[in-house]
Design a protein around this ligand. Structure first.
Ligand code: HEC
Ligand code: HEC
Length: 338
């Protein structure tokens, strides 16, 4: 069972968001600095890579086996009560991720436009607003090409019959509340150094189609429409329950602080780009300590299989971020994530 009490704050923030006048059907921002990075891949393969590695969709949408690995026989079949913000109260607090497979209980009967409108704009295929646990407010900024690749791949995912458990309050009210919260804007994402094409690609991979910015940006004030505070991007300090990061306590601490990954002394000032790559893909920080998140590391991590070039570009961008002072200690000191 997942618990993430911090989301209660988010829920309140979102319910305040009434009568938002944004054009929610606006197309995703085109990003000239991010051409299709892997020319050798077919469109379906690109979609598979985004959903299983870069965008970590599988982290939330695929049920787990008891040993913490993903149940690949139910790939993208949705997770019942993915987060319960109040496990003590019956019929309150659960939000489920959706079944994205080619079954009538999943996305088989949804149009391409409906599917894209869900992950880019926050409108569920049944016409309800998506709660901002689903990072559509980041994916909104991916290229149309990548959005199409996701849909092309989803059409190949084997159908699994699974009707997910309905969302409980406070999530149900968000779903029924009309407009979803507006996405983050391109201008809010720190620029890459001028003339640095690798960093420009890394910016796209870290903050538009990938979720580095989602976990590594501090939690926003309750009045903010989305959970992250985009005035302090990548400054860390979000606190998750271990299980929300795909690891168990013990051996990991019950609460895990996400690190400041800006190049400040309180962040990763001493890290080279190679150190950043190791932290992301091997789950070891510069000092050789474990990075306590199931996204980072080896066996259960979607990032272990990131392309070498993507990793290099992500590291180049993160290495050049504007430094922000934010001491996120104590840091986690658990064993290497399996
Ligand atoms: C942090 C967890 C998380 C991640 C990562 C995530 N999702 Fe979701 N997704 C959710 C949740 C939770 C919902 C349901 C929200 C609700 O019902 O309000 C959802 C809903 C959806 C829906 C709506 C389906 C429908 O029936 O309307 C689509 C489509 C979707 N996600 C696609 C994706 C794709 C594609 C990615 C990766 C690019 C992704 N998701 C990554 C948590 C996540
Ligand atoms: C699911 C949430 C999550 C996502 C997504 C995520 N991280 Fe992390 N990251 C963490 C947590 C949690 C830690 C460290 C916790 C600990 O060990 O104290 C961490 C640690 C790190 C560190 C090590 C910092 C240090 O001081 O040792 C780096 C570098 C890093 N992440 C970069 C990235 C990059 C780049 C991405 C995107 C490719 C990314 N992270 C995506 C949660 C996340």
């Amino acid at each position: 069972m997942m618990i993430m009490r911090g989301w209660r704050v988010v829920a309140i923030a979102v319910t305040l968001l009434v009568a938002c006048g944004d054009d929610r059907k606006a197309p995703a921002v085109a990003d000239a600095a991010s051409p299709h990075p892997d020319a050798g891949r077919t469109v379906v393969e690109r979609g598979r890579y985004i959903m299983n590695n870069l965008g970590v969709c599988t982290f939330c949408h695929t049920p787990l086996n008891p040993d913490g690995t993903r149940d690949l026989t139910r790939l993208f079949a949705g997770v019942d009560c993915f987060i319960d913000i109040d496990p003590g109260t019956p019929n309150f607090g659960c939000i489920s991720t959706r079944n994205l497979t080619n079954d009538a209980t999943g996305l088989k009967n949804a149009t391409d436009t409906q599917i894209k409108n869900a992950f880019l704009n926050g409108m569920r295929t049944d016409g309800k607003a998506i709660a901002p646990v689903m990072p559509y407010y980041i994916f909104h900024n991916m290229t149309n090409e990548d959005a199409d690749a996701i849909v092309a791949y989803l059409r190949t995912v084997p159908g699994v019959n699974h009707t997910v458990q309905p969302n409980e309050e406070p999530w149900a009210s968000i779903n029924n509340g009309g407009m979803p919260a507006p996405p983050i804007t391109d201008a809010q994402i720190p620029a890459a150094a001028a003339g640095n094409a690798s960093a420009a690609r890394g910016r796209y991979l870290s903050a538009k189609v990938g979720l580095c910015i989602e976990c590594h940006t501090p939690m926003a004030a309750p009045t903010n429409p989305v959970p992250i505070d985009m005035t302090r991007p990548f400054a860390g300090g979000r606190v998750f329950f271990a299980s929300d990061l795909g690891v168990q306590s013990p051996p990991y601490p019950a609460m895990i602080n996400v690190r400041n990954i800006t190049p400040d002394a309180t962040g990763i000032a001493g890290f080279s780009t190679t150190d950043i790559i190791h932290a992301v893909a091997d789950g070891k920080d510069k000092m050789g300590n474990a990075v306590c998140a199931g996204t980072h590391g080896s066996g259960i991590s979607p990032y272990a299989a990131l392309d070498k070039r993507d990793l290099a570009d992500i590291a180049e961008y993160i290495h050049g971020l504007p430094p922000i002072v934010n001491d996120t200690s104590p840091n986690c000191a658990g064993p290497p994530v399996p």
